[in-house]
Ligand binder design. Structure first.
Ligand SMILES: C[C@H](CCC(=O)NCCS(=O)(=O)O)[C@H]1CC[C@H]2[C@@H]3[C@H](O)C[C@@H]4C[C@H](O)CC[C@]4(C)[C@H]3C[C@H](O)[C@]12C
Length: 326
């Protein structure tokens, strides 16, 4: 399971949890402007916007899971197993393999508006990266500071949904996920009033009862409702520290602890990492399952005119700050 979300204060923030039972060898990778992005079915992008995101590197190619570009556009791929359906090659559109989708969009688009026009002339095809890396079944959250969309390729073609919540999880398809919010419209951050019966003396015996009924389990539908509620009520000040902190709290509402989601005998899905990108400043903040200290990589501290990938291994060990003794 995974969850992606957006958040806006003074700056625009974009991030995700990546939940899985193993890691593909994740790295924070900056693709500078002059790294040639080679595509299988369309022309190489010799120059493009610079990207920063989490990826695994294979044959010197960044296989991005989520990233932002220097223009403030963000994109994350989340599992969409059983529903994703990529198309055969098309003669009339630009054929983009699913693993090329993030580079192709973030390399060239500055806004969601531009993304929509790119989507109109592309065909998301099933070409695998390699035998070792067959196509993953994914759908995507794409967002800038003014709007979010969800892109899904299903059996009857590509769907582009406006995403007014700025949140995405996994199955079912996005329109069904969004519809479910109707069932929770009575939830509130305020204390509830007694609408049950004026013949009964019912009491609010605890704080937080306005959100009674918010689903607490780890299913993708429940995480969608929970993270949407948390995000829609999120309050922070506009500073970087407060915004980043609040963003990690939003995604903290759907974090997965080892042991609660068994995917095979003795194998558990966990939140391998949580990211929070400041899309305006090009900073990739992250925590990992065992490292709760926020670490960060700033794309603008690198030479973005370079031609070679710039790679950082995530810091995975817990860093505990002792305040006393030596
Ligand atoms: C496993 C990840 C998704 C996590 C997720 O959504 N979990 C939910 C599980 S479930 O639905 O609830 O069952 C996805 C997100 C991005 C994916 C990676 C990216 O798409 C980049 C390449 C793409 C290649 O085709 C396959 C390897 C790969 C390196 C992918 C491996 C894996 O499928 C990743 C890492």
């Amino acid at each position: 399971m995974c969850t992606a979300a957006t958040y806006k204060t003074k700056d625009f923030y974009f991030g995700r949890t990546l939940d899985y039972e193993f890691s593909y060898g994740d790295e924070i990778i900056i693709t500078p402007r002059n790294y040639p992005f080679v595509f299988r079915h369309t022309k190489t992008l010799e120059n493009h916007y610079a990207l920063i995101g989490m990826a695994c590197c294979a044959d010197n190619y960044p296989l991005y899971y989520d990233a932002i570009n220097e223009k403030g556009l963000g994109m994350a791929g989340l599992n969409f197993v059983g529903n994703a359906h990529y198309q055969p090659l098309s003669d009339s559109e630009e054929n983009i393999a699913s693993f090329e989708f993030i580079p192709w969009i973030l390399g060239q688009c500055a806004t969601v508006k531009e993304v929509r026009s790119f989507l109109g002339r592309m065909n998301l095809c099933d070409t695998p990266f390699s035998d070792q890396f067959p196509s993953s079944s994914l759908h995507w959250l794409i967002a800038d500071r003014s709007e979010s969309i969800t892109v899904e390729c299903v059996a009857d073609g590509m769907k582009i949904y406006d995403n007014p919540v700025g949140v995405l999880t996994n199955n079912p398809p996005f329109d069904l996920q969004l519809f479910q919010l109707n069932n929770y419209m009575q939830l509130s951050a305020k204390s509830p009033e007694n609408h049950f019966s004026d013949k009964l003396n019912l009491n609010t015996y605890s704080r937080g009862m306005g959100a009674l009924g918010l689903p607490g389990d780890l299913s993708s539908q429940s995480r969608f409702i929970r993270v949407a509620f948390t995000k829609m009520h999120a309050i922070s000040d506009e500073s970087e520290a407060s915004s980043v902190s609040q963003f990690f709290h939003i995604l903290g509402s759907v974090e997965q602890s080892r042991g609660c989601c068994e995917v095979a005998e003795g194998k558990y899905e966990i939140t391998i990492y949580t990211s929070c990108c400041n899309a305006d400043k090009g900073i990739y903040y992250y925590t990992t399952y065992d490292n709760h200290q926020i670490s960060a990589v700033d794309m603008h501290k690198e030479n973005l005119e370079a031609k070679e990938l710039i790679r950082y291994s995530p810091i995975k060990e817990e860093q505990i700050y002792f305040q006393n003794g030596k």
